[in-house]
Design a protein around this ligand. Structure first.
Ligand SMILES: C[S@@+](CC[C@H](N)C(=O)[O-])C[C@H]1O[C@@H](n2cnc3c(N)ncnc32)[C@H](O)[C@@H]1O
Length: 302
């Protein structure tokens, strides 16, 4: 699993730049354009929230758990709908930002959340976090499937029979290359180089091998209701993010200036944040990666 240090590297370091670029309470996962790229980023993120609400039932009086809640966009939407939300993240900066906005967010490992600690929920959502639940070390040690199976068993324990889970995640795609070829020393612009860059941006994280692997791990506890690809919408989301991040502001310049020592001393930092290319976007375009919007329904308890 990506641990707290990994996630602080990915999310806490860019916390202020993220919020200055995208806004407080902004989403950091693929939006839902449904191919209509005339929508603004905010409209497409709103459309995603509405879709999640429709799929898992977010409405007044209901309780919702957000596993890997980021800067709290879905929790904020849950609150607007009159429902009650709890979030978990492993990024301390995200938790602090959420709490400043009155959201109930705890620093906990989403994989370990149980009914004993958190109580039950009417619905569970997890957007853009599943990607972090298995590390390369877990993968090479053969633990990937077991981690996913344990996670689904835990989530099932939080829900009533028929309760729903919305899971949004990237996966390796149909053109994925053999893992041993992935290397930052591969020729620039090759598949192997872009995939290696992804691993610098998201250290400690390893993707699922397509929707089938996820559905199989969930099968003892959940019926798969739907699995829709958000790959093309994600490419547009990244394009919009990059435009926002590139918009100049003196505050962002100040924050970036504070990161200069890190830039000078850390190759990992330079590769993760200043490569000048969007590895994510290219991996989606080349179908080295895919993207899933999955809805599950809890089966009767075994
Ligand atoms: C790409 S962000 C997505 C945030 C948010 N769901 C959204 O859509 O904007 C991934 C989130 O997953 C969280 N995360 C990753 N692994 C986690 C774990 N094991 N336990 C709790 N949170 C985790 C990160 O801290 C971060 O908040």
């Amino acid at each position: 699993m990506a641990d707290r240090n990994d996630l602080d590297f990915t999310y806490s370091l860019i916390d202020r730049i993220f919020r200055l670029s995208l806004g407080e309470l902004a989403d950091f996962s693929g939006a839902k354009y449904d191919g209509d790229f005339s929508l603004t980023l905010e409209q497409a993120q709103r459309r995603k929230h509405e879709y999640v609400a429709e799929q898992i039932g977010i409405e007044a009086g209901r309780t919702v758990l957000d596993l890997g809640c980021g800067w709290g966009p879905l929790l904020n939407y849950v609150r607007e709908r009159g429902a009650s939300g709890v979030g978990v993240t492993l990024s301390s900066a995200q938790a602090a930002a959420c709490r400043r906005h009155g959201l109930d967010v705890r620093i906990e490992d989403a994989r370990k959340v149980t009914r004993r600690e958190f109580g039950g929920f009417d619905a569970v959502a997890s957007l853009g976090a599943f990607e972090h639940f298995v590390s390369p070390t877990d993968y090479y040690a053969g633990r990937q499937e077991q981690i996913y199976r344990d996670l689904f068993a835990n989530i099932r324990g939080l829900l009533p029979e028929g309760g729903r889970l919305y899971l949004q995640t990237m996966s390796f795609g149909r053109n994925m290359i053999p893992f041993e070829q992935v290397s930052i020393d591969a020729p620039r612009d090759s598949d192997a180089w872009y995939l290696a860059l992804m691993m610098y941006q998201f250290p400690g994280s390893w993707l699922p091998n397509g929707g089938e692997q996820i559905a199989a791990a969930a099968a003892p506890h959940f019926r798969l209701v739907s699995d829709v690809s958000g790959r093309l919408d994600y490419i547009e989301t990244i394009k919009q993010w990059r435009e926002r991040f590139a918009q100049p502001s003196w505050r962002k310049t100040l924050v970036k200036a504070q990161l200069v020592p890190r830039y000078l001393t850390s190759r990992d930092f330079r590769l993760a944040f200043t490569s000048g290319v969007s590895a994510n976007s290219v991996c989606f375009e080349r179908e080295l990666m895919d993207h899933h919007r999955m809805v599950f329904e809890a089966l009767p308890a075994a």
